[in-house]
Design a protein around this ligand. Structure first.
Ligand SMILES: C[S@@+](CC[C@H](N)C(=O)[O-])C[C@H]1O[C@@H](n2cnc3c(N)ncnc32)[C@H](O)[C@@H]1O
Length: 241
């Protein structure tokens, strides 16, 4: 089970620094939008909207009549209403809230991995697709933050295409690896804080553990005069079977 109050606190605290530090989320938003079919979507629902990195990208390319969005943190409204003034906000945990309408496009960038049961959440969302509607989202795969996971011995489950195929019509499943470069390993830890990403989970970072992390990270993951961190975004587009 995910600790939802911790997730809420981390994202609320990162609001002011998120946009400038969410390098990968910006790239995945652009890519996800580029993979959408070139058509008009009557009704759109976005989950995990936060400051609107995806929303801003979407309005450049996609036409729609109504836009509904959701986030577990209420502050998302302050950002999204500046991008689409007439958009409707449904505040709350996407795993808990009930949706009363159907949508032609349900979309989410870098958010569904925060759900306790991603597969269940996807099933719930697809039940709210109109005829011919699609669910398009980006999420992270097994190789995501692998350098960090190795050091702290953290494992994460991810969505395999075979599993999705059992229940949904998988229209697109695209996995890629991207490296982000930092001046030093401590900047990586800061980067997680500034974007609300709690990759370190419950790990306690004592001074000596941090020093060990810094030394080992430099030794293993240096390129030129930088250290790198791997992201593994996966782009998925689904429809009901
Ligand atoms: C990494 S941010 C991505 C934000 C945005 N989609 C973007 O493209 O930058 C993840 C977002 O998901 C939201 N979130 C996390 N768990 C959620 C849940 N269970 N229900 C709704 N929103 C959730 C967080 O509050 C945060 O706004």
């Amino acid at each position: 089970m995910k600790n939802k109050s911790l997730i809420k606190r981390r994202f609320s605290n990162s609001l002011k620094t998120y946009d400038n530090n969410a390098i990968i989320q910006k790239q995945t938003a652009e890519k996800l939008i580029s993979l959408l079919p070139d058509t008009n979507f009557e009704k759109i629902f976005e989950t995990g909207a936060l400051t609107g990195i995806l929303t801003k990208e979407l309005i450049k390319k996609i036409k729609f009549n109504s836009y509904t969005y959701n986030d577990i943190i209420p502050e998302a409204k302050l950002y999204i209403e500046k991008i689409i003034s007439e958009a409707k906000f449904i505040e709350g945990d996407i795993e808990e809230i009930s949706l009363s309408e159907n949508y032609n496009l349900i979309i989410s960038n870098a958010s569904l991995q925060w759900c306790s049961d991603i597969f269940e959440t996807i099933s719930k969302l697809t039940e709210h697709l109109s005829d011919g509607g699609i669910l398009a989202f980006s999420i992270f795969g097994n190789e995501n933050l692998k350098e960090i996971k190795e050091f702290f011995n953290i494992d994460n489950e991810y969505l395999k295409e075979e599993i999705l195929n059992q229940k949904f019509k998988v229209l697109k499943y695209l996995s890629e690896e991207k490296r982000v470069y930092f001046d030093n390993p401590i900047d990586i830890i800061k980067h997680f804080k500034l974007t609300g990403v709690n990759a370190l989970k419950e790990v306690r970072l004592t001074k000596s553990k941090l020093k060990e992390f810094e030394e080992e990270y430099r030794k293993k993951y240096t390129q030129g005069n930088k250290v790198y961190l791997t992201y593994n975004p996966i782009y998925i587009i689904l429809a009901e079977k």
